[in-house]
Design a protein. Structure first.
Length: 202
């Protein structure tokens, strides 16, 4: 069988063997899959950089130096981020600012659950930013308790440490997992004198 070459339309070439055609089809499907991210309930196109809106429900947000522990203010901020073009939201209740002390899981849940509940059907993927397995489980479960929602879409874990407990929580929830950073907690940054001027090498 002959076919016209897409590079040289005027030239006929032998058709590739079936196994080569099958391999090419698989390569094309894989390339197409790379251009999309099935993020929980959402399909995100990866043809451009995606913008993640950060909602720090903490008294010392590193990104804008604001106290957003008031859930009403945090929810208003989250909605504003979407209005201004955020492709997904990241909601966290424990500061990762260098030197910030760790908080108990109960306090972290008190901070984030009202915001997660309010934003469960906001129209964009929502990630829970936490390093605690119990917070991961509860954050994913809260939306699943609502009839028309399947839970959080992503777990973002900021310490960069995939412990066995975290791995179990991720497996149980069945949502995507992102690990960033590489320290047990942000207070360690100051303890070891890490140079924050060149994060590319840290």
């Amino acid at each position: 069988m002959l076919f016209r070459s897409p590079r040289h339309p005027g030239r006929l070439q032998p058709s590739p063997p079936p196994e080569r055609r099958a391999q090419r089809g698989m390569e094309q499907r894989q390339a197409a899959a790379v251009r999309e991210w099935m993020c929980g309930r959402f399909r995100l196109a990866l043809g451009r950089p995606l913008i993640m809106g950060i909602v720090n429900v903490t008294p010392d947000s590193f990104s804008d130096r604001r106290d957003r522990t008031d859930p009403v203010e945090a929810i208003e901020w989250a909605r504003r981020l979407i209005d201004e073009g955020a492709d997904l939201l990241d909601i966290g209740g424990e500061s990762t600012r260098p030197g910030a002390p760790p908080v108990a899981a109960s306090l972290e849940l008190d901070r984030v659950l009202p915001v997660l509940s309010a934003m469960r059907d906001c129209g964009v993927p929502v990630s829970i930013d936490t390093r605690k397995p119990e917070v991961m489980r509860e954050a994913v479960a809260i939306a699943a308790r609502h009839r028309d929602s399947s839970g959080r879409d992503v777990i973002l874990e900021a310490s960069g440490g995939l412990t066995l407990d975290v791995a179990r929580a991720v497996a149980e929830t069945g949502v995507d997992y992102i690990s960033v950073g590489g320290l047990t907690h942000s207070v360690t940054v100051l303890d070891i004198g890490l140079d924050l001027e060149d994060v590319s090498t840290n």
